[in-house]
Design a protein around this ligand. Structure first.
Ligand code: MIG
Length: 799
């Protein structure tokens, strides 16, 4: 039978004339002649949500992405009308809805165009699956650029690119591979120094085109579901990112040890090898906090089991490692081996927790264990069951963190490398097929894992890492970029991907340092460590079948160079931990791309190698072989060379020397950088003295330091310190003031202040307003340092 639907399949359909509209609290609904409905919700003064229904019927309003604790509310909302349009006005933006066809325009309060629909919303009906392909097209403005979209392996600026989102196990992906492990359908547009964001919250396969098909058009569409998107006005990129992150959530603070250096390989086994590995780290005085067990620790790849031959007494081993300062992390995959003797398989089968095909049979697929079934993590009961499975491995055996892999979900030896589309999912009661659940499957697995690890790590904090995710998945887990390659191009991609994830709400991310597939040269490994120590997650991982990838494997020189950089990361831990605090509490990304940092400077719009780590360290990795330095761009302001304190006036590109044992690192003038002494692992030492490196500036500046007990939940009850430092630099004198919220009693006794670039020699000092002998302050002229009691309120130095 030929139906109308089928006849119209190739045709786009459009909203027709608006016939009515109505305001109900924070939402305004519009109805068209052809029964297209649009609801615009004012989430905040600067954030609007748009939802379209093609036949007057909206789907259940349910999203895995949106954080329950998001802020919302607005101060001004007016609905006005004229002959042509209905206007929604807040105290940040105006939104025009055309009466002729519902096309949208968004303007700032000075009537500057921020974003206008081209065709706007349109759709195509699908006979095949009964829903719509929902589409949106927007005009782009001359000079507009685009950023965001999660883990896409491409140039930082997305202009001219086209991508789709369908979580895929992409072993050895390459530059411009469209579909990777994650789906983050969020982008930022920037023009005329103003930025906005679009978050297309649709978990079906989604597509984005940034002036690729048509020069001045940006479009996004999905293979099902609703046209449901959020418009987020900045006008600063930083504000867009912060609002998006607030909307989709951020994680709780990780334990500090999780910010240390991690070492992984596929696979370290048996037990002796793991113990030797640990010993080599300590023998080589190479700091390390975590070791990973890949799939070979299991019995026949059955999740939550141990291979008794390789690991006869895992608990003992894990405990010994812990005494030596190593946390052990274990991998858990979603595939459950079909095996009548295997408890978890039997239990899941009994409870009907595994995914089924449309007509009822279990979804079976091959993964590492052979034929497997797969828990339906979109069912809340299944998530609870899965969380309980961590009782033994975490609660009793002592594993300290869980690594979720293969959760795109990946299936071997089948077309598409994943589930067939007819597989059914619970989707938290909104039953659906895999078409809709595919992109959130990994996120829901990570969520269930997180709940379990959190429960059984209590009163300590959980650590989890996942390969697949969706927007909002950052609430549950850190992430890595998957199976990259030991190549210089992949080092560059690593830099792009982690910056991109950072502005897409996913700060806690890293790459397989050195490359997963193939083997890096010592030089590439060293350059990758140099970048990797500035990534929020810092782990060396490799496939293990291309030779070794431990830092000492490449010889003495590379060992020394990489150790020096990993030691630097350990010194910077209080600075990094503070940046994590700002991410977790204030939605501020840990690393900031140049365009984020200085969007008004058009030089930054295509500059992406350089980035800001935390709030005041500018780094630029070396991404080429045989380099002795490189050209890099310095944003406006004055920058100190980290290695020799030479000062550079920003706003230009310059050559910077960087032999293999160095890399370009610069510190913004006025910065105050807290540092720990080097440790072999977090909390190795009771730290009673930290240093505060102050980079002199003629003028004022501020910095903060967050302190707590490095693990556990006391901080949630207010037991933490925020030390605020204020610096005032003059020609012949300088002041430093400290304010401490002082709720946490740390071991800290002294703060050693190290001045950089001080234009005078210190002749006298007052501490808390009292003249103090420089000797008593352990004044070190050469280093330009003095030591103060931890609780000093102010210091005044005079030259
Ligand atoms: O099909 O567990 O990305 O990190 O070492 C390969 C073995 C499965 C892929 C992960 C990689 C991990 C590997 N896994």
């Amino acid at each position: 039978m030929i139906t109308n639907t089928e006849l119209e399949k190739k045709g786009n359909l459009f909203p027709k004339k608006m016939v009515s509209y109505e305001q109900d609290g924070d939402s305004i609904s519009f109805v068209c002649e052809n029964n297209v409905h649009l609801i615009i919700t004012i989430v905040r003064d600067s954030m609007l949500r748009f939802r379209y229904a093609t036949h007057g019927i909206f789907q259940d309003d349910f999203s895995y992405a949106i954080d329950e604790d998001q802020s919302h509310g607005y101060s001004v909302l007016e609905v006005l009308e004229d002959d042509e349009a209905v206007w929604i006005v807040t105290n940040q933006i105006k939104c025009r809805v055309l009466r002729s066809d519902l096309r949208i325009g968004i303007y700032d309060l000075d009537d500057n165009t921020i974003l206008e629909d081209e065709i706007g919303f349109h759709w195509e009906e699908s006979f095949e699956f009964g829903g719509n392909y929902v589409k949106m097209s927007k005009n782009t403005v001359d000079g507009e650029n685009f950023y965001g979209m999660g883990d896409k392996p491409t140039s930082f600026n997305l202009k001219g690119k086209r991508f789709s989102n369908w979580n895929t196990d992409q072993y050895a992906f390459s530059k411009d591979t469209s579909e990777l492990y994650k789906t983050i359908p969020f982008y930022i547009g920037l023009h005329h120094a103003k930025a906005y964001g679009i978050f297309f919250d649709n978990s079906f396969k989604t597509h984005f085109d940034f002036c690729h098909e048509r020069r001045n058009i940006t479009s996004f569409w999905a293979d099902g579901g609703e046209m449901n998107y959020y418009f987020i006005y900045g006008p600063k990129i930083s504000e867009v990112v912060t609002k998006y992150t607030n909307l989709t959530g951020r994680p709780e603070l990780p334990p500090m040890w999780a910010l240390g250096y991690h070492q992984s390989k596929w696979s370290y086994y048996p037990e002796d090898k793991v113990r030797d590995l640990a010993k080599s780290f300590r023998d080589n005085k190479f700091p390390c906090d975590a070791l990973y067990l890949d799939i070979d620790y299991m019995e026949g790849f059955r999740c939550f089991t141990w291979n008794k031959k390789y690991f006869p007494k895992p608990k003992n081993m894990i405990q010994d490692l812990e005494e030596d300062g190593f946390k052990t992390i274990a991998i858990i995959d979603p595939g459950i081996k079909i095996d009548e003797e295997y408890e978890i398989y039997k239990d899941g089968l009994d409870k009907d927790y595994f995914c089924r095909r449309a007509d009822g049979p279990l979804m079976r697929g091959k993964v590492w264990p052979g034929n497997c079934v797969f828990p339906d993590f979109t069912n809340p009961e299944v998530r609870e069951w899965w969380a309980e499975l961590y009782k033994t491995i975490i609660g009793e055996t002592g594993i300290k963190g869980i690594w979720n892999d293969m959760n795109e979900p990946a299936v071997m030896e089948v077309p598409g490398k994943t589930f067939p589309l007819d597989v059914r999912h619970n989707y938290d009661g909104n039953h659906c097929s895999h078409r809709k659940a595919h992109n959130i499957y990994g996120m829901q697995m990570a969520r269930a894992t997180y709940e379990g690890v959190k429960k059984y790590m209590f009163p300590k904090r959980p650590f989890t890492i996942t390969r697949a995710s969706y927007s909002g998945g950052q609430r549950f887990s850190s992430t890595w970029t998957g199976d990259n390659l030991a190549s210089w191009e992949h080092l560059w991609l690593a830099n792009m991907q982690i910056q991109r994830l950072g502005i897409s709400g996913f700060s806690y991310a890293g790459t397989d340092i050195g490359g997963f597939a193939d083997q890096p040269s010592g030089e590439l490994f060293a350059r990758w460590i140099q970048l990797g120590v500035f990534h929020p997650f810092c782990r060396v991982h490799s496939s293990g079948d291309h030779g070794e990838q431990e830092p000492w494997y490449f010889g003495e020189e590379i060992l020394d160079i990489t150790r020096k950089f990993v030691e630097l990361r350990y010194q910077l831990l209080p600075y990094l931990y503070t940046a994590f605090y700002q991410y977790c509490e204030e939605n501020i990304p840990i690393i900031k791309p140049l365009v984020y940092y200085a969007q008004e400077d058009i030089q930054t719009h295509y500059r992406a190698d350089e980035f800001i780590f935390g709030d005041s360290i500018l780094v630029c990795p070396i991404q080429e072989p045989n380099a002795h330095g490189r050209r890099m761009y310095f944003p406006q302001g004055r920058w100190y060379n980290f290695w020799n304190d030479a000062i550079i006036e920003g706003g230009k590109e310059l050559w910077v020397d960087a032999p293999l044992d160095s890399m370009p690192i610069f510190v913004k003038e006025g910065a105050m950088i807290p540092k720990y002494p080097v440790q072999q692992y977090v909390d190795e030492k009771e730290i009673d003295e930290i240093s505060l490196d102050i980079y002199y500036k003629n003028g004022l500046d501020n910095a903060m330091l967050y302190e707590d007990s490095h693990d556990g939940y006391d901080y949630k009850m207010g037991i933490f310190n925020i030390r605020s430092f204020k610096f005032t630099g003059k020609v012949q004198e300088a002041f430093i003031q400290q304010h401490n919220t002082d709720a946490y009693n740390s071991n800290l006794k002294r703060i050693k202040i190290i001045f950089h670039g001080l234009p005078f020699e210190i002749k006298s000092a007052k501490v808390n307003n009292e003249e103090t002998d420089l000797q008593n302050l352990q004044y070190n002229k050469e280093e330009s340092s003095i030591v103060l009691p931890e609780n000093f309120a102010d210091l005044h130095i005079v030259g």
